[in-house]
Every structure is written in structure tokens, then in C-alpha cells.
Design a protein around this ligand. Structure first.
Ligand SMILES: Nc1ncnc2c1ncn2[C@@H]1O[C@H](COP(=O)(O)OP(=O)(O)OP(=O)(O)O)[C@@H](O)[C@H]1O
Ligand code: SF4
Ligand SMILES: [Mg+2]
Length: 329
């Protein structure tokens, strides 16, 4: 098994709002190995983005705060490191791309200048050398007329091109870990496929480990080795992609898969899981999925299930499987 590059250990991130304390990430543990691609899936509000912001130490504070737990990057706990050290890690080791690249590109600087800065932060180079490198990077991510585009501002580019620029920026520092939060949601299907190809290339050519956050299980099936299913701030199922897509155990994962449109079936109506994700902090003592679960029984309403191993490398948080394995977190 390759080395673990990133490990989340019982991570808890809360927000303090007028309506009270919101436990957005509630004890999430996961391990990302070198060269591995993990997909994090779950409906809106499950805590996917807050998990990634917590890894990068970018949770807005206030109102957010990492309450407890650890984020180990090659053994170093990012929750404990100084802001200066964290900035180094963000520039050199862990890169992040967001759903809307406009939020992370500076509208006041040209694409070229932003890339040049990213390159020179990482390597000793003259401005001319860095510009040449920037153009090469843009070409590598499939930007046409790269030399010209380097002199343009972010708003002059299409959404797909901006996302490519973000990937080029991420590649500049040759990161060990790439966190991509819904990187293709805003793009049309063809561009989406190209961006996913780029990420696959980055993974294969540089052995970059990728944490891919998406609500699209089709994307997970295509790109990921492992999948982590989140519900209401917690991991409810985790395991090998093929295993989970073929033999999901958790009723929530089953519901997510059932809601996928099927190409060959002319179904009249698409299935959707009844109800909505509860607001963090509003769930009682029982299973957080109980109110929406079609197979819930009495105990589910009063006691919270733990994440347990249900097969080798496969974990699930549901009473239906509890007697079959050991508790893992
Ligand atoms: N700045 C904030 N202030 C207060 N609550 C927040 C803040 N950011 C996130 N939250 C809460 O944390 C919870 C998890 O949000 P998060 O953005 O991680 O969801 P998500 O799984 O990424 O959803 P989506 O698929 O819509 O992106 C939500 O209930 C949200 O309301
Ligand atoms: S523990 Fe109960 S309510 Fe929760 S997912 Fe399993 S069966 Fe459903
Ligand atoms: Mg999100």
C-alpha cells in the first residue's frame, strides 16, 4: 500500500451563528494515499466543502472554528501549524481548485502574471523564464493561443478556460495533494470530460493524490479509486468505488444510486430520496438518516450508529450491518 499523504482524524468544524452552533463537520476521519483519487459525495449541505476548507485551514473564522481533531499532511498536523507554515504548504504541497474559479483568480491581474507569481513562489526563476513556463503550463492544460491568453484578465475567459487556468496554477507547484471541490459542476458536459481527463493525467503523470468533491456519482465512477459518502457532517459509508457502486450497503448510498438517471431506461420519473438533509445541530440522538430511511426501525430513532467495518476496506454507519464487524470510529 502506498504512503498515506493526508489523514483526517476525527475532524470537527463548527459554525457559530445567530441560530446557534452548527456542527458542519462532525468527526470525519479519512486517509488519502499517494497517487490515490478519493471521491467525497453527498447531497448539498452534508459538509463536503467545509471538510475541504478545514484541510486547507481556510474555514472563515469567525463564524467557523475547527473544534477538535487533526489533519495530518505527511505526519505534520495542519491544525497546529503556524499561518506562515500553512501558507508554504498551500503554495507547495496541497493545491485546491474550486467550483467557481473566479473566486480564486484575482480579477485585477492578467492570467500570465498570476501564473508567473505562482511559479516564482515555488521556484527560483527570472520573470522571463517564469513567463515561458506559464505559457507552457497553459498549453499543457489545452488552452489555445496560450501566449495571447496569458495577457488577458480572468473575466475575458470562458468558465471552462478559467477552470483550466486554475488547474495550471495548481500544477505549477507540483502538489502532492490536489483538492478539487465540484471542479466541473458549472461546466458543460464536453468541457467537464476534458477537465476530468486533465485531472487524471495529473494523477498518473505526477502521482498526485486527489480528493474530488462532487455530487455526481458518474464522475466518481469514472475517476476515483475510493469513495466516501457523507451525510449531515459524518461519513456514513466508505470503500472501493466498484464495490460501493455495485453493492452499496448504507440506505443513503442506495438512495443516491437509485436517483442516478439511467441511460438505457426510459423511466417515467426519476427517483429522489424523500425529505431533505437535516440542518446540522438539529438531529436528535438517533441515526441522522432515520427520518428519511425507508428501512428505519425503532432503535434508529434513539441511538446513533457507529461507523463499522462491514468487509475488508468497506465501512458503513448503519445498524443493519452492526453485528458483522468491528467499530472503526
Ligand atoms: N460560513 C458559514 N456560516 C455558517 N454555516 C455555514 C457556513 N459555511 C457552511 N455552513 C454550514 O455548514 C454545513 C455544510 O456546508 P457545506 O458547504 O460543507 O456543504 P456541501 O456538502 O459542500 O454542500 P454543496 O453540495 O451545496 O456544496 C451547511 O449546513 C452550511 O449551512
Ligand atoms: S441505522 Fe437505521 S435509520 Fe440509519 S440508515 Fe441504518 S436502518 Fe436507516
Ligand atoms: Mg460545497
Amino acid at each position: 500500500m502506498p504512503d498515506v499523504v493526508l489523514e483526517l482524524d476525527k475532524l470537527r468544524t463548527h459554525f457559530f451563528t445567530d441560530q446557534g452552533e452548527v456542527p458542519a463537520v462532525d468527526g470525519v476521519s479519512l486517509r488519502l494515499h499517494q497517487g490515490e483519487i478519493i471521491g467525497i459525495v453527498g447531497e448539498s449541505g452534508c459538509g463536503k466543502s467545509v471538510t475541504s476548507l478545514s484541510i486547507m485551514q481556510l474555514v472563515p473564522n469567525p463564524p467557523g472554528k475547527i473544534m477538535s481533531g487533526h489533519v495530518y499532511f505527511k505526519g505534520e498536523d495542519l491544525v497546529q501549524v503556524s499561518p506562515k507554515r500553512m501558507k508554504q504548504i498551500r503554495g507547495n504541497d496541497i493545491a485546491m481548485i474550486f467550483q467557481e474559479p473566479m473566486t480564486s483568480l484575482n480579477p485585477l491581474f492578467t492570467i500570465g502574471n498570476q501564473l508567473i507569481e505562482a511559479i516564482r513562489n515555488h521556484r527560483k526563476m527570472t520573470k522571463q523564464e517564469a513567463r515561458k513556463q506559464a505559457v507552457t503550463m497553459l498549453e499543457r492544460v489545452g488552452i489555445p493561443r496560450a501566449d495571447e491568453i496569458a495577457s488577458e484578465y480572468p473575466h475575458q475567459l470562458s468558465g471552462g478556460m478559467r477552470q483550466r487556468v486554475m488547474i495550471a496554477m495548481a500544477m505549477c507547484c507540483d502538489p502532492k495533494v490536489l483538492i478539487a471541490d465540484e471542479p466541473t459542476t458549472a461546466l458543460d458536459v464536453t468541457i467537464q470530460a476534458q477537465i476530468l481527463d486533465l485531472m487524471r493525467h495529473l494523477n498518473e503523470a505526477h502521482d498526485t493524490a486527489i480528493l474530488l468533491i462532487t455530487h455526481d456519482l458518474g464522475v466518481v465512477a469514472e475517476l476515483c479509486n475510493r469513495v466516501v459518502v457523507m451525510y449531515a457532517g459524518q461519513v456514513v459509508e466508505e470503500g472501493d468505488v466498484r464495490m460501493i457502486l455495485k453493492h452499496p450497503k448504507h440506505p443513503y448510498t442506495k438512495g443516491l444510486l437509485k436517483s442516478l438517471p439511467k441511460i438505457h431506461e426510459q423511466s417515467k420519473r426519476l427517483y429522489s430520496i424523500p425529505g431533505v438533509v437535516p440542518k446540522p445541530g438539529t438531529v436528535g440522538h438517533g441515526c441522522r438518516f432515520a427520518a428519511r430511511c425507508e428501512v428505519a426501525f425503532e432503535r434508529c430513532k434513539t441511538t446513533a450508529p457507529q461507523l463499522q467495518q462491514v468487509a475488508t476496506g468497506h465501512q458503513c454507519r448503519c445498524f443493519l450491518y452492526e453485528e458483522r464487524g468491528d467499530e472503526v470510529g
